[in-house]
Write a protein of this length. Structure first.
Length: 106
């Protein structure tokens, strides 16, 4: 797994937090909101997260721990979002031989 340099993570996290404060101070300003969302997107890409809040949390954890500790924390987290099965629900039905099988299986 490739991880970004801590200096770059710190720089992008500072940028994200600064624009977050500016956006909270003037939420109607379209330019500020767009730049804040851009900073969030950059942090998401950098940290490999889908949500800017998750990316900011991951960046903060990454900056306060060692590389080994961070990787261990990442591997201990539940994979509920990634492990979720996509597609129609599995329905048990009888096969021609009379045994129960999940739908889609022969």
């Amino acid at each position: 797994m490739l991880l970004p340099a801590k200096t770059e993570v710190a720089r992008q996290l500072r940028r994200y937090r600064a624009w977050e404060r500016m956006m909270l101070a003037s939420p109607a300003d379209v330019r500020v909101r767009a730049t804040f969302e851009d900073a969030g997107y950059t942090l998401c890409v950098l940290m490999g997260k889908r949500c800017a809040r998750e990316a900011a949390d991951a960046a903060e954890r990454y900056l306060r721990t060692t590389l080994v500790t961070y990787l261990q924390e990442q591997s201990e987290r539940p994979l509920t979002a990634r492990a979720a099965r996509r597609g129609p629900p599995v329905v048990e039905r009888l096969s021609p031989s009379g045994r129960k099988t999940p739908s889609g299986a022969a």
